[in-house]
Design a protein around this ligand. Structure first.
Ligand code: MOS
Length: 732
């Protein structure tokens, strides 16, 4: 099905199942421990061996020698895979560094060997007997040091320029200019990266944890140098991804290589301390922002430049994206600056681009609003735009930022905020409120599905879509149930298998809208097939309560499948509506903090997110997405930082003891409001992404609340207490 014109009324609009707060249909499997994760498939095949990966102890250089003899003699060892004996390996398009390094070393903890043994303990013990000699080369590990050498935009991401920023800035009545920094961050998914591989002749099956089945399949095939038809990927349950499992990673390749060499199925899990440096991370940024307004606070000039670093061939963190769309202003400049660093590969993490960019932009907006003397909610409303500021002919499909901010302000009792900082005390706590706008683009992506009407009248949906904890199973089931007029418990959803039609996958908050639109397309076809089978007019047929009704007849759905199951397949393909209209999602984030007057400890007292994110397919799973994302925003604001050893060239705090993340229980109160925001331009589902929106802007709202509480403006994340301590009102 091609989606080329805005959607009109369709069966999903009935909202009997869609839009209802159904519990997760996979919930019982998870709460009873019967949902199988990537490392738990060992009884599917016989004779599984365990692999243990070791990584480079240097960040850059080459392996001079590797002595495997002692490890090979170690009890239980079956084989040891290295770049030297693995055979010729290709490289997929999506990884910057090789997943199996050697002799060249591209980053610290790049995998250099996999020891395969009968047990995990044997493999681990043997791995520590491998002797490696390195020739170390100098590298660049510090973004701040590299920054002065980087001025132009990368060739493939030129600056976005509208009007004449320089002169508008120079003549602005009020100016704000500042530099903000965000640190490297680690995804820290609860489930570590893990894979099990089994070969059958020249075909390999991989049980893994991956957000994008089709990418994983293609990249593994390309790396192994085999046809992708010979690769089967299986990833039905995923214990969090956050972008770290968008791509093929070393666990998958090493499991496949280990199994091929051992001639046995092999499973590999990356240990927690290995993940931060072996896999990808969110790159640090240094962001320079200038905003100039007239006396009334209208933005006349806005510039946002962001520096980040990556390995040679890597991409920049796209932290200026939101600045292209969020506020009006005739004279604009945004640009990305990319330094070459020799740290591990930077890549997508939890709303890449906007999440990091809004951390900076939304403090800057708080600062200029204060300079102008306008309330920060009002300043944002004053500078709202309904058109793409860089292309005023182009409208947003729907944009309710103003409503998000107004409703949020009312609900949060924003009027109680005291504009002058450090005025409110509650016992030992300095109390403050902060606001930020949330923005995240809505991307659409082709997505396919197969639907069976079984002979007992139940439906089975199959798509290679993944559920990374987001609720995909449930909303896909709801879509099919709605379309065919059956209750949700009559639908079986099967996901995460490369034998199923290729879907949008889970990433960039495009999964929910695109994958359910693919299921919608397949269900439209199934309705046609069923109507035809029953001799009814498909155009007029109504599917409700297990019956098909048309032309005065009412026939049980099961009658259609009497002669055998009916199977159809289709995909949604998107035309250029996303080019005709700017499709984005919006939020108002409101936070109240308490800051300990003596220690600088920051506590989140209340949080509110008001979201305009298209039709909400399931308010319960969507709310869970948003409160999880808000919690990540607390992490970004207050805790999360991969600390770089700029001499040794690696992330030091690479485990859960040193890399801190908040949990739900750290936060006093979280509330989420969804505005009615059905968007016929986004898809037949009229939905959009919501998960990442929940994170975008939160950290800045916290920073602004900390400022309001204390009068201390911190522009370098995370806002740890050392950055507050000697500037708190009672310490100065
Ligand atoms: Mo997301 S960072 O595209 O999984």
């Amino acid at each position: 099905m091609k989606f080329e014109k805005p959607a009109t009324t369709n069966p999903v609009d009935r909202l009997k199942v869609i839009g209802q707060p159904h519990d997760r249909i996979d919930g019982p499997l998870k709460t009873t421990g019967t949902a199988r994760y990537a490392y738990e498939w060992h009884d599917e095949v016989a004779n599984v061996a365990c692999g243990y990966a070791i990584g480079s102890a240097i960040p850059k250089g080459r392996i001079a020698s590797m002595d495997l003899a002692a490890a090979q003699r170690s009890p239980g060892v079956i084989t040891i895979v290295t770049a030297e004996n693995a055979g010729k390996l290709g490289k997929g398009e999506m990884n910057t560094a090789h997943l199996l390094g050697g002799p060249e070393i591209e980053h610290y903890h790049q995998a250099i060997a996999l020891v395969v043994a009968d047990t995990f303990e044997q493999a681990r013990a043997a791995a520590h007997l491998i002797e490696v000699e390195y020739e170390r080369q100098d590298g660049n590990y510090d973004l701040a040091t590299a920054k002065p050498g980087v001025n132009g935009a990368p060739e493939d991401t030129p600056d976005t320029v509208t009007g004449d920023f320089a002169s508008a800035w120079a003549s602005s009545a009020v100016q704000h200019e500042a530099t903000y920094t965000t640190p490297d961050q680690s995804h820290t998914a609860m489930e570590p990266h893990a894979s099990m591989a089994a070969w059958d002749g020249d075909r390999v099956t991989l049980w893994t944890s991956n957000q994008m089945i089709a990418w994983c399949r293609k990249e593994l095939a390309a790396t192994l140098g085999i046809d992708k038809e010979k690769v089967r990927i299986y990833s039905p349950f995923i214990g969090g991804g956050f972008g770290s499992k968008l791509f093929l990673r070393s666990d998958a390749l090493l499991a496949a290589l280990g199994a091929r060499a051992a001639k046995r199925p092999v499973k590999v899990m990356l240990t927690r301390p290995f993940i931060a440096n072996n896999t990808t991370h969110r790159p640090a940024t240094i962001q320079h922002i200038r905003i100039g307004t007239d006396e009334t606070g209208q933005i006349a000039a806005i510039a946002h430049e962001s520096w980040s670093g990556n390995l040679p061939g890597g991409t920049p963190e796209t932290a200026v994206e939101q600045t292209n769309y969020l506020y009006a202003g005739a004279n604009r400049l945004t640009g990305l600056r990319l330094a070459q660093l020799d740290l591990p590969e930077g890549n997508a993490m939890r709303a890449p681009g906007e999440a990091a960019g809004l951390l900076a932009l939304e403090i800057a907006v708080d600062e200029i609003a204060e300079k102008v003397g306008i309330d920060p909610v009002e300043f944002r409303i004053l500078n709202d735009t309904q058109v793409d500021p860089n292309n005023p002919q182009r409208f947003f499909s729907r944009r309710q930022l103003v409503a998000c901010l107004r409703q949020g302000a009312a609900r949060f009792e924003w009027s109680r905020r005291v504009a002058q900082p450090a005025q409110v005390r509650d016992g030992r706590w300095l109390v403050g409120m902060g606001v930020a706008a949330g923005f995240r683009n809505n991307q659409v992506s082709p997505s396919g599905a197969r639907v069976h009407l079984e002979t007992d009248g139940t439906l089975t949906v199959e798509t290679d879509m993944t559920d990374i904890g987001t609720g995909s199973y449930t909303i896909i089931g709801q879509t099919a149930a709605e379309m065919l007029g059956v209750p949700l418990d009559k639908v079986v959803v099967r996901l995460g298998d490369s034998d199923f039609p290729v879907s949008a996958g889970s990433g960039g908050q495009w999964g929910a809208n695109s994958s359910t639109a693919g299921v919608y397309a397949a269900c439209v076809r199934l309705r046609e097939t069923i109507a035809h089978q029953l001799g009814l007019d498909a155009e007029q047929a109504e599917f409700a309560d297990g019956y098909v009704q048309a032309q005065g007849k009412r026939v049980p759905l099961t009658d259609a499948a009497r002669a055998g199951r009916i199977t159809v397949e289709d995909a949604i393909e998107f035309g250029d509506l996303d080019k005709q209209f700017q499709q984005s999602t919006f939020a108002g984030h409101f936070v109240e903090v308490g800051v300990d007057v003596a220690t600088g400890e920051v506590r989140i007292r209340r949080m509110l997110a008001v979201c305009a994110a298209g039709r909400i397919l399931n308010p319960k799973t969507a709310r869970s997405q948003v409160i999880g994302a808000m919690t990540m925003g607390v992490g970004a604001a207050l805790m999360e930082e991969l600390v770089v050893d700029t001499h040794q060239g690696y992330f030091v705090n690479h485990d859960l003891a040193g890399y801190e993340v908040p949990v739900h229980a750290d936060i006093g109160e979280q509330e989420v409001i969804f505005l009615d925001d059905d968007d016929p331009v986004s898809s037949p589902m009229k939905a959009k992404g919501v998960g990442e929106l929940g994170l975008c802007g939160v950290g800045a709202a916290i920073a602004n609340a900390v400022y309001n509480a204390t009068g201390v403006r911190v522009r370098d994340y995370p806002i740890t207490l050392d950055k507050l301590l000697d500037r708190l009102p009672e310490s100065v």
